[in-house]
Ligand binder design. Structure first.
Ligand code: ASP
Ligand code: MG
Length: 414
């Protein structure tokens, strides 16, 4: 059971969380708990680090920001004990959750869950593990897993103790076909395949840290996203509660062609005009961008008509727009191009579904539907289970709504 920041935002909410845990224990389930820092705490801690020194040692950043989770793990354990539940808090280093030494964005290498399991079996002791934290064994230093990292802690712990399921209790009651704030008729999905969730999460559905989904996929940990605001006393632990199960695609019976639609307005487009159509040009453009740590997403290059020059368009995060232009301009003599132009008022719409593998014409339908609404498509990329379209940002909502209805994702009108 993992509880995010808003679910443990104050002592009242921590009491509510404790009742969720008690309910499961009383029902005879063996549980371990992972907690985030109280809402806003991590932001505050990061702010303090910056205030202390704009450029600070990443090891000490970790020492500071890891403290948020330490507090919640202790508090929840105190409340659980008050409810008569045997419980003990665990810091990342105590478990230990071993990571690499990429301070601030560490990756989990290994967790030995045997002790947590033994204690539960022997004396029903519930482990309350501080999320987000790890230990770099060689240096003995604390590490943290990057923003949103306690999702990843939870899935990793679930894998380590061979849990049947990893329940992520959060402030939404599941994963939706698209953002319900944009499309009020978005539906909660009962099940999503790992691969689809990976796309949805990478493309901006902020329910889960992307790495937690990767980890779930690799270790086949079923992840269940559910609301922590449901009253614990209203839930029958033997019933199937509302939420979204992220699981292997084999577990999903009726597969729709399209599962969800993600979108992002944080995109920028750059077009390199009249580059020579010869080997090495793409390398001359994307090499320097990679070196500058700029994440290039869509890449579209035309086949030149005259065999000499062509245009090459790609997208980068909007925040990296100016820097990308500078990088390409600096490499101009190596690349050889006539003009550089771009736009930041663009949005990327992505349509996702593993059903696309076995259905033809899924994207073609979208092209006609958008054309009917006079929405121009600037660039297109496709993969096995998704296609993405770059459009003018002004049409984002219209495009998302149009596609959402087109693929039958709207929930029935009440
Ligand atoms: N407290 C950390 C953060 O705010 C980790 C987490 O909540 O998942 O990013
Ligand atoms: Mg989170």
């Amino acid at each position: 059971m993992k509880f995010g920041g808003t679910s443990v935002a104050d002592i009242d909410r921590i009491r509510n969380v404790a009742l969720h845990v008690k309910r499961e224990v009383d029902a005879g389930h063996e549980v371990a708990v992972v907690v985030s820092a109280m809402a806003g705490t991590t932001n505050k801690l990061i702010e303090w680090c910056r205030e202390a020194a704009a450029l600070h040692d990443a090891r000490e950043y970790d020492a500071v920001v890891a403290s948020g989770e330490q507090v919640t793990a202790g508090l929840l354990t105190i409340v659980l004990e008050g409810l008569g539940i045997n419980a003990r808090s665990w810091q990342g280093w105590q478990v230990p959750i071993l990571t690499d030494n990429a301070h601030g964005a560490a990756r989990i290498i290994e967790i030995n869950g045997a002790e947590l399991v033994r204690r539960f079996k022997e004396r029903k002791e519930v482990a309350v593990v501080a999320g987000f934290q790890g230990l770099h064994k060689e240096t003995g230093r604390l590490t943290t897993l990057g923003r949103g990292g306690s999702d990843t802690s939870a899935v990793a712990i679930a894998a380590a103790i061979r849990a049947d399921r990893c329940d992520i209790y959060t402030d939404v009651d599941g994963v939706y076909t698209t953002d319900p704030r944009v499309v009020p008729r978005a539906r909660r999905l009962d099940k999503v395949a790992f691969e689809e969730m990976l796309e949805l999460a990478s493309l901006g559905a902020k329910v889960l840290q992307v790495r937690s989904v990767e980890l779930g996929m690799v270790h086949n940990v079923r992840i269940f996203v559910r609301s922590s605001f449901d009253r614990p006393q209203d839930i029958d632990p033997h019933d199937s509660p509302p939420g979204t199960l992220i699981c292997d695609e084999g577990e999903i019976m009726e597969q729709q062609t399209v599962t969800g639609i993600a979108f992002s307005r944080d995109e920028a487009q750059i077009s390199v005009r009249e580059v020579l159509d010869k080997p090495g040009v793409a390398a001359a453009i994307f090499g320097p961008l990679a070196e500058a740590n700029i994440n290039v997403d869509m890449i579209v290059q035309n086949v030149s008509a005259d065999g000499k020059t062509t245009d090459l368009t790609f997208t980068v995060p909007a925040a990296d727009y100016q820097r990308s232009l500078d990088v390409v301009a600096k490499a101009r003599s190596a690349i050889g191009y006539a003009r550089l132009d771009g736009a930041t008022d663009v949005a990327k719409i992505s349509v996702i579904g593993i059903g696309m593998r076995s259905h033809a014409g899924v994207a073609a339908k979208a092209f006609s539907a958008l054309a009917e609404r006079s929405i121009n498509i600037r660039a297109i990329t496709t993969s096995e289970i998704k296609f993405s379209l770059l459009i003018d940002a002004a049409f984002t909502e219209l495009a998302v709504r149009t596609l959402h209805s087109l693929y039958g994702l709207d929930k029935a009108a009440p």
